[in-house]
Design a protein around this ligand. Structure first.
Ligand SMILES: Cc1cc2nc3c(=O)[nH]c(=O)nc-3n(C[C@H](O)[C@H](O)[C@H](O)COP(=O)(O)O)c2cc1C
Length: 201
Protein backbone atom coordinates (compact mmCIF):
# COMPACT_ATOMS: atom_id res chain seq x y z
CA UNK A 1 0.00 0.00 0.00
CA UNK A 2 1.32 3.45 -0.86
CA UNK A 3 2.23 5.64 2.03
CA UNK A 4 -0.16 8.37 0.86
CA UNK A 5 -3.16 6.05 0.95
CA UNK A 6 -2.72 5.05 4.54
CA UNK A 7 -5.16 6.52 7.02
CA UNK A 8 -3.76 9.60 8.66
CA UNK A 9 -4.33 13.24 9.40
CA UNK A 10 -5.08 14.05 5.80
CA UNK A 11 -8.00 11.66 5.45
CA UNK A 12 -9.38 12.66 8.83
CA UNK A 13 -9.56 16.26 7.71
CA UNK A 14 -12.10 15.58 4.97
CA UNK A 15 -15.81 15.38 5.81
CA UNK A 16 -18.17 12.78 4.35
CA UNK A 17 -18.76 14.79 1.20
CA UNK A 18 -15.04 15.08 0.60
CA UNK A 19 -14.80 18.72 1.64
CA UNK A 20 -11.62 19.50 3.45
CA UNK A 21 -11.88 20.87 6.93
CA UNK A 22 -9.08 23.36 6.68
CA UNK A 23 -6.82 23.86 9.59
CA UNK A 24 -6.09 27.57 9.16
CA UNK A 25 -3.03 27.32 11.39
CA UNK A 26 -1.49 24.54 9.35
CA UNK A 27 2.19 25.50 9.48
CA UNK A 28 4.73 24.56 6.86
CA UNK A 29 7.34 22.40 8.52
CA UNK A 30 9.31 21.10 5.54
CA UNK A 31 11.48 22.91 3.04
CA UNK A 32 10.64 21.60 -0.41
CA UNK A 33 7.94 19.45 -1.96
CA UNK A 34 7.84 18.48 -5.63
CA UNK A 35 4.37 17.55 -6.89
CA UNK A 36 3.76 16.22 -10.37
CA UNK A 37 1.23 14.57 -12.68
CA UNK A 38 0.64 12.61 -14.77
CA UNK A 39 2.79 9.66 -13.84
CA UNK A 40 4.76 7.42 -16.16
CA UNK A 41 5.66 9.87 -18.95
CA UNK A 42 7.79 12.90 -19.58
CA UNK A 43 6.45 14.85 -16.60
CA UNK A 44 7.41 12.00 -14.31
CA UNK A 45 10.90 11.87 -15.84
CA UNK A 46 11.43 15.61 -15.39
CA UNK A 47 10.12 15.56 -11.82
CA UNK A 48 12.65 12.87 -10.94
CA UNK A 49 15.42 14.80 -12.67
CA UNK A 50 14.61 17.91 -10.64
CA UNK A 51 14.54 15.93 -7.41
CA UNK A 52 17.93 14.47 -8.24
CA UNK A 53 19.40 17.91 -8.95
CA UNK A 54 18.08 19.29 -5.67
CA UNK A 55 19.07 16.31 -3.57
CA UNK A 56 21.03 18.55 -1.19
CA UNK A 57 17.74 20.21 -0.22
CA UNK A 58 16.18 16.79 0.49
CA UNK A 59 12.93 17.41 -1.37
CA UNK A 60 9.92 15.12 -1.09
CA UNK A 61 8.36 13.92 -4.36
CA UNK A 62 4.65 13.17 -4.79
CA UNK A 63 2.39 12.28 -7.68
CA UNK A 64 -0.74 14.34 -7.03
CA UNK A 65 -3.11 11.42 -7.52
CA UNK A 66 -1.70 10.02 -4.26
CA UNK A 67 -2.34 13.13 -2.14
CA UNK A 68 -4.89 15.79 -1.30
CA UNK A 69 -4.02 19.48 -1.66
CA UNK A 70 -3.58 19.62 2.12
CA UNK A 71 -0.22 17.99 1.63
CA UNK A 72 0.98 21.15 -0.17
CA UNK A 73 0.60 23.04 3.08
CA UNK A 74 3.41 21.07 4.69
CA UNK A 75 5.99 22.86 2.55
CA UNK A 76 7.53 26.33 2.57
CA UNK A 77 8.48 25.88 -1.08
CA UNK A 78 6.78 23.97 -3.85
CA UNK A 79 7.77 22.86 -7.32
CA UNK A 80 4.78 21.76 -9.42
CA UNK A 81 5.35 19.83 -12.64
CA UNK A 82 2.56 19.57 -15.20
CA UNK A 83 1.98 19.04 -18.91
CA UNK A 84 -0.67 20.23 -21.33
CA UNK A 85 -2.77 17.42 -22.76
CA UNK A 86 -5.06 19.30 -25.09
CA UNK A 87 -6.63 22.68 -24.86
CA UNK A 88 -9.79 21.49 -23.21
CA UNK A 89 -8.68 18.66 -20.99
CA UNK A 90 -8.02 20.83 -17.97
CA UNK A 91 -11.46 22.34 -18.07
CA UNK A 92 -13.21 19.07 -18.91
CA UNK A 93 -11.62 16.98 -16.18
CA UNK A 94 -10.22 14.42 -18.59
CA UNK A 95 -6.95 12.55 -18.63
CA UNK A 96 -4.83 14.94 -16.64
CA UNK A 97 -5.01 14.49 -12.86
CA UNK A 98 -4.31 18.23 -12.39
CA UNK A 99 -7.75 19.05 -13.85
CA UNK A 100 -9.52 17.41 -10.91
CA UNK A 101 -6.87 18.57 -8.40
CA UNK A 102 -7.24 22.28 -9.25
CA UNK A 103 -10.81 22.75 -7.94
CA UNK A 104 -9.78 21.07 -4.68
CA UNK A 105 -6.78 23.40 -4.43
CA UNK A 106 -9.21 26.32 -4.26
CA UNK A 107 -10.05 25.15 -0.71
CA UNK A 108 -6.56 25.85 0.61
CA UNK A 109 -4.51 29.05 0.92
CA UNK A 110 -0.83 29.23 0.04
CA UNK A 111 0.08 32.60 1.55
CA UNK A 112 3.74 32.71 2.47
CA UNK A 113 4.59 29.75 0.23
CA UNK A 114 6.80 30.05 -2.82
CA UNK A 115 5.68 28.10 -5.87
CA UNK A 116 7.72 27.32 -8.98
CA UNK A 117 6.00 25.66 -11.94
CA UNK A 118 7.50 23.51 -14.67
CA UNK A 119 5.25 23.00 -17.70
CA UNK A 120 5.83 20.42 -20.40
CA UNK A 121 4.51 20.98 -23.89
CA UNK A 122 5.11 20.52 -27.58
CA UNK A 123 5.98 23.73 -29.42
CA UNK A 124 5.75 22.13 -32.89
CA UNK A 125 2.28 20.55 -32.75
CA UNK A 126 0.73 23.10 -30.38
CA UNK A 127 2.40 26.46 -31.09
CA UNK A 128 -0.79 28.37 -30.26
CA UNK A 129 -1.29 26.66 -26.91
CA UNK A 130 2.28 26.07 -25.87
CA UNK A 131 2.41 24.93 -22.22
CA UNK A 132 -1.07 26.34 -21.58
CA UNK A 133 -1.40 24.01 -18.58
CA UNK A 134 1.32 25.92 -16.76
CA UNK A 135 -0.71 29.11 -17.17
CA UNK A 136 -3.88 27.49 -15.87
CA UNK A 137 -2.08 26.07 -12.85
CA UNK A 138 -0.36 29.42 -12.24
CA UNK A 139 -3.70 31.20 -12.25
CA UNK A 140 -4.97 28.91 -9.50
CA UNK A 141 -1.80 29.43 -7.47
CA UNK A 142 -2.37 33.18 -7.70
CA UNK A 143 -6.01 32.82 -6.62
CA UNK A 144 -5.02 30.93 -3.48
CA UNK A 145 -2.28 33.36 -2.49
CA UNK A 146 0.88 31.49 -3.48
CA UNK A 147 3.92 33.48 -4.59
CA UNK A 148 5.08 32.39 -8.03
CA UNK A 149 8.84 32.27 -8.56
CA UNK A 150 11.00 31.14 -11.48
CA UNK A 151 9.71 33.09 -14.46
CA UNK A 152 11.53 32.48 -17.76
CA UNK A 153 12.32 34.73 -20.72
CA UNK A 154 10.72 33.65 -24.02
CA UNK A 155 13.77 34.17 -26.24
CA UNK A 156 14.86 30.51 -26.15
CA UNK A 157 11.44 29.28 -27.34
CA UNK A 158 9.59 29.23 -30.68
CA UNK A 159 5.78 29.43 -30.34
CA UNK A 160 2.84 31.65 -31.25
CA UNK A 161 0.89 31.94 -28.05
CA UNK A 162 0.63 30.55 -24.55
CA UNK A 163 -1.59 30.96 -21.51
CA UNK A 164 1.57 30.74 -19.42
CA UNK A 165 2.70 34.26 -20.38
CA UNK A 166 2.59 37.16 -17.98
CA UNK A 167 4.07 40.51 -18.90
CA UNK A 168 5.96 38.90 -21.78
CA UNK A 169 7.58 36.12 -19.76
CA UNK A 170 6.64 32.55 -18.95
CA UNK A 171 5.48 32.30 -15.37
CA UNK A 172 7.62 29.18 -14.85
CA UNK A 173 9.90 26.90 -16.82
CA UNK A 174 8.63 25.52 -20.16
CA UNK A 175 10.15 22.26 -21.39
CA UNK A 176 9.56 20.38 -24.64
CA UNK A 177 10.50 16.74 -24.27
CA UNK A 178 8.91 15.93 -27.66
CA UNK A 179 11.04 18.15 -29.87
CA UNK A 180 13.73 19.70 -27.71
CA UNK A 181 14.62 16.97 -25.25
CA UNK A 182 18.29 17.75 -25.77
CA UNK A 183 17.69 21.19 -24.23
CA UNK A 184 15.91 19.95 -21.11
CA UNK A 185 18.89 19.40 -18.85
CA UNK A 186 20.48 22.79 -19.57
CA UNK A 187 17.15 24.55 -19.17
CA UNK A 188 16.55 22.81 -15.84
CA UNK A 189 20.09 23.56 -14.63
CA UNK A 190 19.86 27.27 -15.51
CA UNK A 191 16.43 27.61 -13.95
CA UNK A 192 17.39 25.80 -10.75
CA UNK A 193 20.49 27.94 -10.44
CA UNK A 194 18.24 31.02 -10.47
CA UNK A 195 15.65 29.76 -8.00
CA UNK A 196 17.88 27.68 -5.72
CA UNK A 197 18.52 30.56 -3.28
CA UNK A 198 14.74 31.01 -2.91
CA UNK A 199 14.21 27.31 -2.31
CA UNK A 200 16.79 27.25 0.48
CA UNK A 201 14.89 29.74 2.59
C1 LIG B 1 -3.69 14.81 -26.69
C2 LIG B 1 -2.51 15.73 -26.46
C3 LIG B 1 -2.73 17.08 -26.43
C4 LIG B 1 -1.66 17.98 -26.22
N1 LIG B 1 -1.89 19.33 -26.18
C5 LIG B 1 -0.86 20.18 -25.98
C6 LIG B 1 -1.07 21.59 -25.94
O1 LIG B 1 -2.19 22.09 -26.08
N2 LIG B 1 0.02 22.40 -25.73
C7 LIG B 1 1.29 21.90 -25.57
O2 LIG B 1 2.22 22.68 -25.40
N3 LIG B 1 1.50 20.57 -25.61
C8 LIG B 1 0.48 19.69 -25.78
N4 LIG B 1 0.71 18.35 -25.81
C9 LIG B 1 2.09 17.84 -25.62
C10 LIG B 1 2.34 17.34 -24.21
O3 LIG B 1 2.15 18.34 -23.24
C11 LIG B 1 3.77 16.81 -24.10
O4 LIG B 1 3.91 15.71 -24.98
C12 LIG B 1 4.18 16.41 -22.70
O5 LIG B 1 5.56 16.16 -22.67
C13 LIG B 1 3.42 15.18 -22.21
O6 LIG B 1 3.85 14.84 -20.93
P1 LIG B 1 3.51 13.39 -20.32
O7 LIG B 1 4.27 12.40 -21.17
O8 LIG B 1 4.02 13.38 -18.92
O9 LIG B 1 2.03 13.27 -20.41
C14 LIG B 1 -0.35 17.47 -26.04
C15 LIG B 1 -0.14 16.07 -26.06
C16 LIG B 1 -1.21 15.22 -26.29
C17 LIG B 1 -0.93 13.74 -26.31
Amino acid sequence: MKEENQPGNYQLKADLEGNYLIDKDHKATKRLGIFYAPSGGSVHKVARLIKQKLVDLQPDLFVISDVTPLRLLDYHNLILVCSTLGRNTWEMEQKDPWSSFLPKMLRIRLEGRKVAIVGLGDHVSYPNNFVDGMGILGQTIGEIGGQLIGETETRDYIFNDSRALQEGKFIGLPLDEDYEADKTEDRVDNWLERIRPELKK
